[in-house]
Design a protein around this ligand. Structure first.
Ligand SMILES: [Ca+2]
Ligand SMILES: [Ca+2]
Length: 180
């Protein structure tokens, strides 16, 4: 085997330097692409959450049964039976009036589902509660003419999952303040 043949053989594989260069380029592309994808995903989730809470609040406020049930107790009980400010799913528990208990077989997810919002499978948890894009249950509050002129506010705790009342909870997504 002559010297030229040997040189050709040694050129058939990558050199260590070439491999390191390729790895460096892959690492550089990854360091740019991953945060960009993550930011895009967060924006999409925030937009989805905004659409969901706005649609839910509007539908609950405009639902005739909300007004009907309001006459027999606090309005919030129609959607938040245990008054923990989380929109209810299946009301296995019950401390409600007879009128509300009568609706129990349908479940409060039934009330939500009846709103024709066409919630996707990932927008409802195992307890049949509507959830935000982070899989957390949605919250609801009632106060007459308090939420953008409405009586009901629906909100997601946002990406950080912390309470709207916590000093650091600035990322909540609410039906009464539309995020840009
Ligand atoms: Ca509740
Ligand atoms: Ca938050």
């Amino acid at each position: 085997m002559c010297t030229e043949d040997l040189m050709l053989l040694t050129r058939k594989g990558f050199t260590l330097i070439e491999l390191l260069m390729v790895l460096g380029i892959v690492a550089a592309i990854t360091s740019i692409a991953v945060p960009a994808y993550s930011a895009h995903r967060d924006r999409s989730r925030i937009q989805d959450a905004q659409v969901l809470v706005t649609a839910l609040a509007g539908a609950i406020a405009g639902d005739g049964r909300t007004v009907f049930i309001c006459t027999d107790g606090p309005m919030r009980r129609a959607w938040d039976l245990d008054e923990d400010e989380i929109i209810d799913g299946d009301p296995a528990h019950s401390s409600a009036s007879a009128a509300l208990k009568a609706r129990a077989p349908q479940g409060y997810a039934g009330l939500v589902n009846d709103l024709d919002l066409n919630l996707r499978a990932q927008q409802v948890d195992a307890g049949r509660r509507p959830v935000d894009p982070w899989g957390r249950p949605l919250h609801i509050r009632w106060q007459r003419n308090a939420f953008g002129g409405g009586d009901v506010g629906v909100f997601s705790l946002g990406p950080d999952g912390k309470s709207i009342d916590a000093p650091t909870a600035v990322d909540d997504i609410t039906s009464w303040e539309i995020k840009p």
